[in-house]
Every structure is written in C-alpha cells, then in structure tokens.
Design a protein around this ligand. Sequence first.
Ligand SMILES: NC(=[NH2+])NCCC[C@H](N)C(=O)O
Length: 412
Amino acid sequence: MAKENVLNVYSEIGRLKKVLLHRPGKEIENLTPDLMDRLLFDDIPYLEVARQEHDAFADILRNNGVEVVYLEDLAAEAIADDKIKNQFVDEFIKEASIQSEKKRELVKEYLLSFSTNREMVDKMMEGIRKEEIKDYKKTSLADMIESDYPFIVDPMPNLYFTRDPFATIGGGVSLNHMRTVTRNRETLFAKYIFNYHPEYKDANVPLWYDRTEDTAIEGGDELILSDKVIAIGVSERTDGASVEKLAKKIFEKDEKFEVVLAFDIPKKRAFMHLDTVFTMVDYDKFTIHPEIEGPLTVYSIRKGENPKDVIIEKETMELKNILEKYLEIDNVTLIRCGGGNMIDAGREQWNDGSNTLAIAPGEVVVYSRNHVTNKLLEEHGIKLHIMPSSELSRGRGGPRCMSMPLVRENLR
Ligand SMILES: NC(=[NH2+])NCCC[C@H](N)C(=O)O
C-alpha cells in the first residue's frame, strides 16, 4: 500500500516538521589546499568546531518541534539487504574514478570489511587515503607508476549541504544531476534512500528529475514560493534545459503547481545558487542580495494544451514586481543583505547572510556572523534563531543549504 505524505513541501515557509541533515564527518579532515578548488571550498573548516556548530543547528530545529534525520543513517538503513548493499558499493566504486581493476577490487573488499553499514557509509563519505589500502601498488603497472595523488577515493566535503543533491518539491523529489563530479557523487545516497529505505520504498515517490540526466540542476536553485509557484535559478549550477524538463515532469503529474519561474541570475560563485541571493522569510518578505533586485529576466513556464507541452514567456521586471505578480500579493518587502551598504552586503553575502532557513512563517535560522543583516531582519519583525557560524560558513553555504526539508505543514 502506498504511504501518504512521506514527502510534503508546498512552500518555503510552512512549519518545518521533518528535515534531512548531514553531520560533518572526517571528509572535512581530508580537504587539502590542493583539493579545495576542485572540491568547491575556499578554506578548511576545523571539524571539531564545525560539528559543535552543526549540533547547535540540529538542536535549534529539534527544540522547535522538527524531526531531524541524518543522511548517513538513512543511507545505511537503505542498504540493509545484502544484495542491495553490494549493488550500492559497485555503483559507488564505478563513480569514484578508480583507475585499475585490482584497485577497485581492493576498495570493494575494504568497504565490505566494515562491521556496520553506517561505518561503511561514513568511510565512503570521508574518502580513502592511499595508506589505508596498502597492497594495491604491487599489482598493476598503472598503480606502480602513479602520481603522488594522496587519495584512492576522493572525500565528499560538501555533503553537509544536503539542500543540493536532491530536493523535495511537493510530494516528489528532484534527484539532481550536479554540475561537478564531486557533488554528483553525492546524489547516489539519495538514489538508494528513495528506492530502498523502508520509509520511502513503498511510497512510490515521483522523481521530477533524475541523476542520469545530462544537464545540471542543483537544489539550492529550487525554491517553492507557494503551492502554485516554483522558482528555479538558471545559475552557475543549473541549466535552462533542466528547468524545462523538471517543469514538464511536474505538470504531467497532478501536482497543484501552476507555474515554474526560471530566474536568469549571474553565473558566478557569489551567486552560486538562487538561494545564495534570495530566500523567503515570511508570506510577503524575502531577504535578498541587493545585486539581484533587477531588472531581472524571468521565464515563466506553464502547462500547455497537451500535458507534454509547455508555454514559455519571457519577462524583464524588478524582482519585487515579479514576486508581487506571481504570488498575488500587493506589497512584497525585500530585506537587503547588509542593509544595502556595499561593504556589509558584500561581506555578509559571502557568508550566506541571505541564506536563511524558515522553520515557520516569519521565523528563520540564521548565522550569528551576519549581524548587520540579522538586525534588519529583526527590525522587520522576523523571529531569529541564531546559530554559531565560524567554521561551517567556510564551505560557502548557510542554514538553507545545510538542510533538506522532507515535510512542511501546508500553509492555510
Ligand atoms: N544551496 C547552496 N547555496 N549550497 C551551497 C553549497 C556550497 C558548496 N561548497 C558548493 O559549492 O557546492
């Protein structure tokens, strides 16, 4: 029997009931200066403190009635069956770009040697250093003459940004194809969770996107403005083609969404995802990076006559007017990160000052370090839950990026 409402997200702000996090693990201690660029970090966080901050984040959520589940637990629970575990390990190895056959065999043996699935999953996330598997060098020429690259399997340090590899939209999931190899490897965990975890496997969770697609889309670009309107950033990470594919899939099912808005935003790191420049904090309030106020080009995608067709319209408008028009609200307030002061805006933007996680309308989790923006939010009547932020922020993501809502209460 199909279970109902295992996933339910029809807004950005409806009371948060269940959320997916990943507690930063030893993958952070496998970040090196040489790897930072490719693995999308600007600095190396101090793991112990990052974990304290992350635990404080989870506590804020739990203390406010949110059920917190962890990616690493769900992934381990999803592969309880040995056949599925074996398949999962094979797929993981296939995507880990390991050069020689012998080395792949040894990695498999090593992963299967962990006594619990949870430990094995942690190891997959952490990456495997050369010295962990000693014998491979003797067996193949490729391995004998290989470079001094220190890893057999790369770490996945971005996993604590659970927002991106997949995203709940309505009653389904966008299982994303990520722009970069490092982040695309992360999506494998979600594939197994939605196919095999006891909570989800019989729920027939519809997939609005699949990781096997060849164009990119990331969860940080996917915002659910209401049960009628979805906004998606066409950004450094998300292609226009992906937005159209996703819109068609959603319209084919009887979801209530009526329009998908594709926001054309600058393709640069400070604007990485739409949620880096713009998050919803209340019914009629948004916190934004002043640079996207516009005029902005937006493409609205609606259902066509026949379910496979869509109608696309291009508009160029100020952000405020776009939101007022599509959300049918008379007056939308945009709260500028850093209060519009160029220095404060630039600094706080860089540390995700407008990347807030709403846990209810008018109630958000924010980073402590962005005090200029936080003060402004308070002045606009927003209730803040402030979390510590010196280490986690070094990965260039804030409270919204670090959380994937699974269930939100519907708004009245
Ligand atoms: N939804 C977000 N804004 N996520 C931020 C992700 C940051 C991560 N270092 C990356 O570059 O992918």
